[in-house]
Design a protein around this ligand. Structure first.
Ligand code: F6R
Length: 310
C-alpha cells in the first residue's frame, strides 16, 4: 500500500468498534507504548481527564501500579521490548492489563486484548489504537467521531495548503519547530515524529505556555535562527495562551506560521491537526525523494538489540 493510501485510511479507523472493559474499581490508568504506538497514549491523555493517566515510554513500570490500575500496553507489532518488559512487570504487580496490538508477544500476555488489523505502518494505525481507548473510557460521544471523520475526509480531499507548507520547508531547507497550544501538545510531538519518520529530517516540538519559560530565551539568542521553520498549532479558543504567541514574536523577533485548527469538538480538532501534519510530512518526503514508508534504520536498531540479547 502506498503511504498516501495509508493516510486516507485514518478516517475509517475511527469506526473501529473493539473495546475493552474498564472495571469500576479502576483508580488510575497507565499507558505504555513507544514511537508511533506511544503517541496514542499521549494524545489520549490530553483528551481525557476523568482518571489520572500515567504514560510510560521506556522499560519501566510505575511503583503505584496495583490491582486498581488499568494498565494498557500499546504496540502495533506487539514485540517492542520496552512495552513488553513494562507490561510483564505490571502483570506481576496484579494490574488489570490490556494490550492493543496487531500481533506478536503482546497477544498472549494480558487479561484482555484488542486486536487491530496488520499491514500498516504503526504511525498510520493511530486511529485503530486511539479509538478503543476513547470508546472504552467513554471519552467522546459518537457525534464527535462523525465530526472527526468529516474533518479528515476534507483534508484527504484537499491538502494543497499542506503541500505549500512542505514546499516552504523544503526550499528553505528548514528545521521545523512545532509548538502546540493545549490540546495540541501531543499533536506537536506527533508532527515532530512524522517529520522524522516520513520526511527523514530532524524536527523539534514543544508547547505554549511551557516554552515561554525556556525556549523563549533561545528564540531570541540562538545560532542561525533563519534555519528554523516555526509553527504554532492554534484554534482560537484558548486566547489566554494564544496571546503569548504574538508577544513572543514581538520580543524574540521570530515569526510563527500559525496553523488554525477548525472544528466543534476537541476530538475532531485534534484528529484534524494530526492529519494536517501527516500530509505536510508526506509531501516533504516526496519533495526530498524519500520513501515515507521506509523505517529501515529503526528496524536495524531493533534487530541489533535483539541479537545482543541472544
Ligand atoms: C511508527 C514506527 C515506530 C514504531 C515504534 C514502536 O510507524 O514505525 O515509531 O511505532 O518503533 O513499535 P511498535 O509500534 O510496533 O510498538
Amino acid at each position: 500500500m502506498d503511504f498516501v493510501d495509508e493516510l486516507r485510511l485514518l478516517k475509517d479507523q475511527l469506526a473501529f468498534e473493539h473495546k475493552f472493559s474498564v472495571p469500576k474499581e479502576t483508580k488510575n490508568v497507565v499507558i505504555a507504548g513507544m514511537g508511533g504506538s506511544g503517541i496514542v497514549g499521549k494524545i489520549f491523555a490530553e483528551l481525557y481527564s476523568a482518571l489520572p493517566v500515567y504514560l510510560v515510554d521506556d522499560y519501566s513500570t510505575p511503583g503505584f501500579v496495583n490491582k486498581n490500575t488499568m494498565y494498557i500496553a500499546i504496540s502495533y507489532s506487539g514485540n517492542t521490548e520496552e512495552t513488553v518488559t513494562s507490561l510483564a512487570a505490571a502483570m506481576k504487580k496484579g494490574a488489570n492489563t490490556v494490550a492493543i496490538t496487531s500481533g506478536g508477544k503482546l497477544l498472549d500476555m494480558p487479561h484482555q486484548r484488542v486486536v487491530i488489523p496488520k499491514g500498516l505502518q504503526p504511525r498510520s494505525a493511530l486511529g485503530y489504537m486511539l479509538t478503543p481507548l476513547l470508546k472504552s473510557f467513554n471519552a467522546a460521544p459518537r457525534h464527535e467521531f462523525q465530526e472527526a471523520y468529516a474533518a479528515l475526509a476534507r483534508i484527504d480531499a484537499n491538502h494543497s495548503e499542506e503541500e505549500r507548507i512542505a514546499r516552504e520547508i523544503h526550499e528553505g531547507e528548514k528545521i521545523p519547530v512545532i509548538y502546540g497550544v493545549p490540546p495540541y501538545k501531543a499533536v506537536a510531538y506527533r508532527w515532530k515524529t512524522q517529520f522524522n519518520e516520513n520526511s527523514k529530517i530532524l524536527a523539534y516540538s514543544g508547547s505554549f505556555p511551557e516554552i515561554n519559560h525556556n525556549d523563549t530565551m533561545a528564540l531570541k539568542g540562538t545560532y542561525r535562527k533563519g534555519e528554523f521553520y516555526f509553527i504554532a498549532l492554534v484554534d482560537g479558543r484558548n486566547m489566554a495562551v494564544e496571546r503569548r504567541i504574538g508577544i513572543t514574536e514581538a520580543i524574540t523577533d521570530i515569526k510563527f506560521r500559525r496553523i488554525k485548527i477548525e472544528g466543534q469538538s476537541a476530538l475532531a480538532r485534534v484528529m484534524a491537526a494530526v492529519h494536517i501534519g501527516d500530509y505536510i510530512t508526506y509531501h516533504l518526503a516526496r519533495m526530498r525523494g524519500k520513501d515515507p514508508l521506509d523505517v529501515s534504520v529503526i528496524e536495524e536498531l531493533k534487530e541489533r538489540l535483539q541479537a545482543a540479547r541472544e
